[in-house]
Design a binder for this molecule. Sequence first.
Ligand code: C2O
Ligand code: CU
Length: 514
Amino acid sequence: MPPMAPAVPTAGVGTPLHPDALARFVDRLPIPPVWKADGLRPDPRDAGKQIPLYRVAMREIQTRVHRDVPITRMWSYGGSVPGPIIEVHSGRGVLIEWRNELPTQHFLPIDHTLCGAGRDRPDVRAIVHVHGAKAPPESDGYPEEWVVPGKRLLYHYPNQQDAATLWYHDHAMGIERLNQYAGLFGMYLIRDEVEEALGLPRGEHEIPLLICDRFFGQDGQLRYSTSGAPESPWVPEIYCDAILVNGKLFPYLDVAPRRVRFRVVNASNARFYDLSFSNGQPFHQIGTDQGLLPAPVEIKSLSLAPAERADLIVDFSHAAGEKIVLKSLALELMQLRVGAAAPGGRSAPLPAKLRPLPKLREAAAMKRRTFTLNEYQDPGSHRMLMLLDGKRWHDPVTEKPELDSVEIWSFVNLTEDTHPIHLHLVRFQILDRQPFDADEYLTSGAMHLVGKAVPPAPNEAGWKDTVQVGPGLVTRIIVRFEGYAGRYLWHCHLLEHAANEMMRPYEIVARAPT
Ligand code: C2O
Ligand code: CU
């Protein structure tokens, strides 16, 4: 867990809102709409085939986060925050036209000293990345390929991947933390036959939960922390006091006394959640970032870093008539009102097996790479700088894995924070985490492992695209670089870190002909 540093919300006028003073559980949990396609268009990779085209506009909206809070300005995809659910089927490609119809002025504090956010750039820029998508490089949302208001992106998602809970969000160089904070995120669900054959809860019994934290003023407007330096307002982390679930503060949801499936996304800039239920009931995790686990894993609490997802089954059949609160440690997030037991309302049993997990073997690795996660006092700006392997975004590309090859990446965390590390395009498995002597490493550069290598907990021993890299540990992942050759990126998903150089390009190269 990162330290919960008290943040200072100084951007925004007027008095801060104290969410603790608000009435709880007075607003129903909104469910984002499932988006409808706008006809068919030729498949860019197979002109003889027609695939659905979705159109999503980014716009400024006015929305209510709580019954007793004045209307809030936000930026949305498709008219709501979170944006609509894009629901697709594995193996069936789609096109999405993402239109930037945002105003030309930003309402959050841009730091023009950050990489890619100079004064020569337009303030409002946007680019969409579907987090976890196996997408060709030209549709992945490379941070520098942003578009200004009035322009659009036409992206192709082949969806050649397993059923999983993905999500889409802004990725514009130097301002993605502000664009996402403004509301630019939503869920992207991939289905497939394996998942459909399991008889998991569906329809009204399958609930998306996108969780994020924000600061508000009493005027209802979003506030974002600043450093206090007018020329360089960037802050290294932001932990806010208002937690929104699907865009509402302290919502409630009526559920049936049966099994319910929750698709959970941590859409926060920096906050980690530790989810549990107020009645202490256990629940099952059935999927990770990149899809189904081999078997359900029973847990009582769930740690979720920014950008991580979890697919959960919660059985409310013993809680008919109860009111249960979903919590993160001591924080109350939302209330579940379990209905009265109805005859014939029983749900299918939880399957014992979900989807086989082919283990990537260490012996298959063609290359091993080691990266440090390091924290410096930047000599120029005197602010904190977190880097991956001591390199900045614009340093030459150093990671060029061969297409279809397997590699082991080790992250040596020399900082005191947990950093959620995300690789675009690929899915991976966590091998282990092993303690090492960070002080010795920092002084002499010698790697001295001091404890046992711990394999991932059962509920993270599936396909992942984001891994919690804890302090004082060497975290190892194993990756097959499959999909497409081309330029992608990997980064810390604490958005304030990513905005200030904790982000690196990498390039998948086609295998040389033999
Ligand atoms: Cu969630 Cu680079 O992205
Ligand atoms: Cu970080």
